[in-house]
Structure formats: C-alpha cells, structure tokens
Design a protein around this ligand. Sequence first.
Ligand code: CP3
Length: 354
Amino acid sequence: MELKNDRLLRALARQSVDRTPVWMMRQAGRYLPEYRQVRGEAGSFMDLCRDQDRACEVTLQPLERYPLDGAILFSDILTIPDAMGLGLYFETGEGPKFRKPVRTPADVEALVAPDAERDLDYVMRAVATIRRELGGRVPLIGFSGSPWTLATYMVEGASSKDFRHIKTMLYDTPDTMHRLLDTLAHAVTDYLNAQIRAGAQVVQIFDTWGGSLTTPAYLEFSLRYMEQIVAGLIREHEGRRVPVILFTKNGGQWLENMATAGADALGLDWSTELSDARARVGRRVALQGNLDPNVLFARPAAIRAEVARILDSYGAGPGHIFNLGHGISQFTDPAHVTAFMDALHELSPAYHRQ
Ligand code: CP3
C-alpha cells in the first residue's frame, strides 16, 4: 500500500516538507471521550492492549479528530516485563505495579527475554491490524521502553520518585545491574524488530527515566544499551529506511552523546531550547518536540504563541517533527488540541519555503 502522507518520514530524513509534521506522545488516551468509551467496554487497560480490534480503534481515534502525520501503536512499554512473568497490574490513580519485582542477583539471573513473536503476539497482531486499517494514510510508529526505564519499573515494582531500589542495585552491584540491562536490551531489540516485520514504519525508544542519572551513569547504564539496540535493529524494510527516534526525558545535556548513538532523530522535552539543540546536533539528526503538554491547559491564544515560539526556535528548513515534550495529560480539553493543530498548520509552512 502506497504511503499517502510521508511528511513524518521526510522530516526524519531531514528532507524538505510543505509544513512541519506533527504527532503527540500518548495521542490516544483518556483525554478523548471516545477512548474512555472503548476502554470502558474492554475491561482493563491490558485487556484493551490485547484486543487487536479495539487497540486499532483507539489508535485511529486521534487521527479522526486531528490532522496528525503519524499513528502510534496503542500498547504500553511494560508489555516486555509483563511477558517475563512479573505480574503487571494497574491500580487506579497509582500507575503500573508488579507483583514480583526484581531485587536480587538471583531474581535477575532467573529472567528470560521473551520471544516477541510468540510471547507478545498480541502486540504484533495489533501492529498488523492498525497498518492494514491505516491504508497508507500516515506511517505507523512502533515503540519500546529503554532498558533503563523498563528496569526502573521492574526493580522498584511501581512508579518511583527516588529510584531507591534500582540505584542501590546500580551502585552496590553494578554487575547485576548490567546483567539485567543486557537481558532487556536483547528483549527490546527482538521486540522492535518484530514490530518492524509486522508493519511499524518508524520506532521510538522511550527513555523516560534516563534523566534521573548522573552523566557517567547515564552513559554507562542507559545510553550504552540504547546504542546496542539501535545497532541490532532492522534499518530497512519494504524498500524503505526504518527511522529510529531516541527520547530521553530530561536528557538535554547529553544530546551530543545521543546524536552518535545511530538514531535518526532525538526527542526533546521542553527543558531544552530547539535552537540550542539544533546548533549542537542538528547536522547529524532530526529533532522532535517540544511543547510543554501543560501549555494545552491554557487558552488558545497562549497555545498559539507557544507553537509560534517553538517553530521560530527550530527555525527554517527541514528536520523538525513537532510533538509534545512528554505525554498529553488526561485532563486536556480536546478543543485545545484543535487550537494547537490550527496554529501549527497556519504558521509552519512559512518555515519550509525555499
Ligand atoms: O502514545 C500513544 O498514544 C501510544 C500509547 C502509549 C501508552 N503508554 C498508552 C497508555 C505509550 C507510547 C505508552 C508508553 C509508556 N507507558 C511510557 C513511556 C512514555 C512516558 O509517558 O514517559 C511509560 C513510562 C509507561 C508506563 C505507564 N503505562 C504509565 C506510567 C501509565 C499510566 C498509569 C495511570 O494510571 O495513569 C501507563 C498506562 C497507560 N499507557 C495508559 C495509556 C493510554 C492509561 C491507561 C488507562 O487507560 O487507564
């Protein structure tokens, strides 16, 4: 099936486009009433992820409302630890939890990387279903968590603010930490390659918690494993390059290091200026970002001013993919997203005239 809108792929390759492509992290989710409807019918969140038709339906919902240039697989980063048998569950209002956290060297030794095609077959079925239903409208983005970010949930057993258990592991028993991250890097590589074979045309690695580390620890325990993954990915499929996006939240100070990891693009949160990022690494990679999702709570005129400021910060020319600096909040008014899209479509073409 021919791709009708290739703006996202062109921008990732730093080729010229008519306007800045856009997608939003967590674009399918609770801020949309139609999502809450399907989610309610499905049962639990994981039941929704396991149901390929409903997962496809919610993936496409934001595309029906907004002129987005990409679809992102509806799933979660915690599918891998779930497939490792850690007993994932979601407690309302408290986020993800594991019944069997990984704490000791023996726990780490006992872990086996899942076989993605077999143990995560429901994800691959969702990818194939979405790809078919998209009919070439826009490219499909697959994703995974980074080994470090997956490990934080597995070792803490839940969301954490201080990363008490995993930092104890990192500093007390670095060999055990490396063993866990290496197992996860193999699992993520296999998982993303399976998504690519099933139809994902771009992949993003979410390193949500890399920014909690010191610089040497980030390089040794997070970036190194993302590099290992990128080196093992299928980079061409169906006659096209499969671009890779690396997103380390709060990783702005490490962009030069990230730019040499082999990825095509870096995702930025709002704490780094795009102008600054572009000056530092723009010749090597495309840049994705970076509207503070909380700006979407403000009135449309304020949203528009922030969109204008971000476009201006990146400046003229290709290589910018507009996105939020992190996932959209469940409390966002969908009409404010319309204001965001309207502003972008009105203001961005001026940055692409040759
Ligand atoms: O972007 C998209 O539209 C694709 C879907 C997607 C989800 N999770 C759906 C989801 C993606 C890309 C993710 C990634 C993810 N999951 C990350 C990395 C990105 C980031 O936000 O930093 C992380 C850290 C997770 C772990 C996770 N899963 C959390 C913290 C939560 C929220 C728990 C809560 O109760 O709010 C989830 C659940 C989750 N994943 C929801 C959605 C839409 C909400 C579940 C629901 O409907 O109840």
